[in-house]
Design a protein around this ligand. Structure first.
Ligand SMILES: Nc1ncnc2c1ncn2[C@@H]1O[C@H](COP(=O)(O)OP(=O)(O)OP(=O)(O)O)[C@@H](O)[C@H]1O
Ligand SMILES: [Mg+2]
Length: 665
């Protein structure tokens, strides 16, 4: 039975990552999982390992932790059925992060490059990977995904790992092979063995098997953070009480009594995080907060692949250290001169906030959809985008370039068209402000503000206006911000509303209004056509009801044409062209509609909109609208609800808002 990453989707289900399953099929999955899990298990003596397992693929069994992580990333890239996020297979090694982390691809690629280089044997593998970024910028999430990816990968055939049974370091069985026989091993299997036997395994080998390593039991292992196999995590608590024993263990007094010798490795508590992480990854949270003594130990561990514990010879350990820290801590660390040498032994990858509001909006959508408190709340269609625009504005540096302002810069960064610039300008504009995205508002700040507004006011419907007020409130009540910054951020709220929201909401109302009056638009079009035909033929128009004739309504024609800036001198050729198109449609037996002529479409749309403005004005007027007006208003409102993602409350608010905007124009 071969197992790939797609099979381990079952595993993912069990970890609660997908919940859309029917109960019956869940039990099937559970059964399949249990069967498969059992099938994957392997246990035997070292002799059996050498004959049955090793020859299949010796190079896989001598991989370093960096190679292993890199292979895992490639397995995600190559897995045929990765259906997270968009449901499309992701062609890059970033597939592991697809649908989970947005807008930080270049940081992700740098992380992948680190593993790629380290896997190829470059010296970067001897340096610790430090993720550096602003608060709640996705550093922990990135590491969590890597850890989950490793756990899954270890269940696949390609990711199979074997270890000496019972070893607290889950060390490679090949460590048993004595140094004197390693050259022969190399010439037989074509690969090198890196590891050394741990003191624990050595004691057991001598005592239990009298040195006969062929009898030492070996088993397949599965990386698991919960079981402390190949995934370790260390978070500094109080630095004054933090003990290096948390990392490397200490004498286990309860065992000393049984074993009778403090120096016996079996009387040592191997519970330290560095042992748990052996063969996989060690996550160091807030690494720069740890004592310097810890840092030296960790740097030696990455560089030399060993740790020194008082009573034992050097202990060989192969693991990848993934550390993260925030900017404030990093700057503090930089100030101390003696830290320079330490920095030299780290590979620093900056993880800035995204600067595309579309990616920021994806983050919010993910956070909102995963929080039960939000599930019953209706968001108007612009809440999330508008909050994202605000967030990005706080992260951008003021452009120095002629003709570029914050709004334009934001649009360019989000792949929108901006007059006078093209997408090819973006890299240069970015280069003009290095460190952009390392400050500003965090996703957590925004989500907290929204969630407070919802719970405090018991909202069932959150509108863009509610959201702006919630953010304003959060800014004003933030104790960490100084007055100048508060003022600036509130100005960003105003800017987001003025340059983005107003346009979006107007467009919605405009479109809804227009769509509710399709018939009227068609009638207008036909009227326009009748009038220009009469005008071109220099004849009168006959009124269909009264039968009387009158000259063409030039005022009507011009007011339509002016909407798209057709000049007095250009009107003739425009009209001739419209008639020509109408004839073509007519000859083909088709009806001439607005879809046949995009400029006329625009003109009629504008014309109708301005005519309907008066209806909109009734929305806010004190006078009660008559039945007909009422009917027209509710037609627009309904369309907003049906087609543009509003609910009743937010549709009303949008209509009101747009009316106020119109009255200011
Ligand atoms: N680029 C992003 N894509 C998707 N989600 C993100 C992104 N950045 C942050 N998040 C989300 O924001 C929340 C906070 O992120 P996370 O805890 O990973 O940040 P962090 O960098 O570790 O922050 P801290 O420095 O405060 O520990 C998480 O729920 C995470 O999923
Ligand atoms: Mg974190």
């Amino acid at each position: 039975m071969t197992t790939t990453l797609s099979d381990t989707a079952v595993h993912r289900d069990l970890m609660g990552l997908k919940t859309s399953h029917h109960r019956g099929s869940f039990i099937d999955d559970l059964t399949a999982f249990a069967t498969q899990h059992q099938a994957q298990h392997w246990r035997g003596t070292f002799a059996e390992f050498l004959s049955d397992i090793l020859p299949k693929d010796p190079s896989k069994l001598t991989r370093s932790s960096h190679q292993y992580v890199y292979d895992m990333l490639c397995a995600y890239r190559d897995a045929p059925r990765i259906t997270r996020g968009t449901g499309e297979p992701e062609p890059t090694a970033t597939a592991l992060f697809a649908g989970e982390l947005f807008g930080i691809d270049s940081a992700l690629e740098r992380v992948i490059d680190y593993f790629k280089a380290a896997a190829a044997g470059s010296d970067v593998g001897r340096r610790l990977l430090l993720l550096l970024g602003p608060p709640s910028g996705g550093k922990s999430s990135l590491v969590i995904l890597l850890k989950r990816g490793l756990e899954e990968y270890s269940h696949t055939d390609d990711g199979a790992l074997y270890a000496l049974q019972g070893s607290p370091l889950h060390e490679s069985p090949l460590n048993l092979i004595p140094a004197s026989l390693r050259p022969k091993f190399r010439s037989t299997y074509g690969v090198d063995i890196q590891g050394e036997l741990s003191p624990y395994a050595r004691a057991r080998l001598d005592d239990e098997f009298q040195g006969d390593f062929m009898r030492f039991p070996v088993e397949r292992i599965f990386l698991s953070e919960a079981a402390r196999v190949g995934v370790g995590t260390y978070a500094p608590h109080d630095p004054t009480t933090a003990d290096i024993a948390d990392l490397v263990g200490s004498v286990d007094l309860s065992k000393v009594a049984d074993i009778g010798d403090e120096g016996d490795p079996r009387a040592w508590s191997w519970s330290g995080a560095v042992y748990a992480a052996s063969r996989g990854v060690l996550e160091m949270i807030e690494i720069l907060k740890v004592k310097r003594e810890f840092l030296y130990l960790l740097l030696t561990l990455t560089q030399e692949k060993n740790v020194k514990v008082s009573r034992f010879p050097l202990i060989h350990l192969d693991e990848t250290i993934l550390a993260h820290t925030n900017l404030a801590e990093f700057n503090k660390f930089l100030q101390e001169k003696e830290n320079e040498a330490l920095l030299d032994r780290m590979v620093i990858v900056k993880v800035p906030y995204t600067l595309s509001f579309r990616d920021e909006a994806r983050i919010y959508r993910k956070l909102v959809s995963s929080a039960p408190a939000f599930r019953k709340v209706h968001f108007d269609p612009h809440v999330v985008d508008l909050a994202s625009v605000f967030a990005i504005l706080t992260r951008l540096q003021k452009p120095s370039r002629e003709g570029l302002d914050l709004t334009k810069k934001l649009k360019l960064y989000s792949d929108e068209d901006v007059e006078g610039f093209t997408a090819s300008d973006v890299p240069r504009i970015r280069a003009e402000s290095t460190d952009e995205g390392l400050t500003g508002v965090s996703p957590r700040f925004v989500i907290n503000a929204i969630s407070n507004a919802i719970t405090r006011n018991n909202l069932a419907s959150l509108t863009s206006m509610d959201m702006l007020l919630a953010l304003k409130d959060a800014i004003e009540n933030d104790a960490r911000m100084d007055a100048g910054r508060k003022k600036q951020w509130i100005e960003f709220l105003v800017l987001a509303r003025k340059d983005f929201y107003n346009r979006w909401v107007k467009e919605d109302v405009h479109r809804a209004l227009f769509a509710s009056f399709q018939d009227e638009a068609q009638q207008l079009l036909e009227k326009y056509l009748d009038e220009i035909e009469a005008s071109l033929d220099k004849r009168e128009v006959e009124d269909p009801i009264t039968g009387e004739s009158r000259p063409p309504d030039e005022r009507f024609l011009r007011s339509v044409e002016e909407k798209i800036k057709i000049s007095e001198s250009g009107k003739l050729s425009f009209r001739q062209e419209v008639v020509r198109k109408a004839m073509v449609a007519f000859k083909a037996g088709e009806k001439f509609t607005l879809d046949n002529h995009s400029r006329l479409h625009e003109a009629i749309e504008q014309y109708l909109f301005e005519e309907r403005r008066d209806v909109l004005r009734l929305v806010t007027s004190k006078a009660r609208p008559d039945d007909e007006a009422e009917h027209k208003i509710s037609a627009v409102q309904e369309r907003l609800i049906k087609e543009y993602g509003y609910d009743e409350h937010s549709a009303k608010e949008a209509l009101n808002y747009v009316t106020t905007l119109l009255s200011q124009e």
